[in-house]
Design a protein around this ligand. Structure first.
Ligand SMILES: [Zn+2]
Ligand SMILES: [Zn+2]
Length: 154
């Protein structure tokens, strides 16, 4: 999806609306986060004093891994954004690239399956959302706890 800069420049202050989707393959999500649907983009843009001002919303279904209990879950991603793209000599703006960056920075660094997820017990790996264990409170990386649980079972 590209914006023709000339059209915007010819009508400063006028809003142009764009709706498009970006295929999941184009978005280089990190770690366990993947898109279950294309990213739907609705935006309006206008030219103003040497830059393009854009604003709108991003929508997609994403699959993530909870940073506390390590459970995979899907959630509805929705984010509103505003961005200013300074113009130099370019005649068009590659919106997909701009949006991809916005999307990737808007993804949560530490996804949670639900508000207040209690996570895994750092000592025995019990999912504290399901039951309470008897371990004394202690700080450990939940990923280590999973390993510990794994070895305890084998
Ligand atoms: Zn969780
Ligand atoms: Zn425990």
């Amino acid at each position: 999806m590209k914006i023709d800069v000339a059209a915007l420049k010819n009508a400063p202050g006028k809003l142009f609306a764009y709706s498009f989707t970006i295929a999941p393959g184009y978005l280089q999500t990190e770690g366990d986060t993947t898109l279950l649907t294309p990213l739907a983009v609705d935006l309006e843009a206008m030219y103003c004093e040497g830059k393009v001002v854009a604003g709108g919303s991003l929508r997609a279904k994403v699959k993530m891994t909870c940073s506390r209990c390590l459970r995979q879950f899907s959630s509805d991603f929705y984010e509103e954004f505003e961005d200013e793209i300074p113009l130099e000599q370019e005649t068009e703006i590659d919106l997909a690239r701009v949006i991809a960056e916005l999307f990737l920075t808007a993804l949560p660094l530490k996804p949670l399956c639900k508000e207040g997820c209690r996570g895994l017990c750092p000592a025995c790996g019990t999912d504290l959302n399901e039951k309470q264990c008897d371990c004394p409170a202690e700080d450990m990386d939940p990923r280590l706890a999973v390993l510990k649980k794994f070895y305890a079972q084998s």
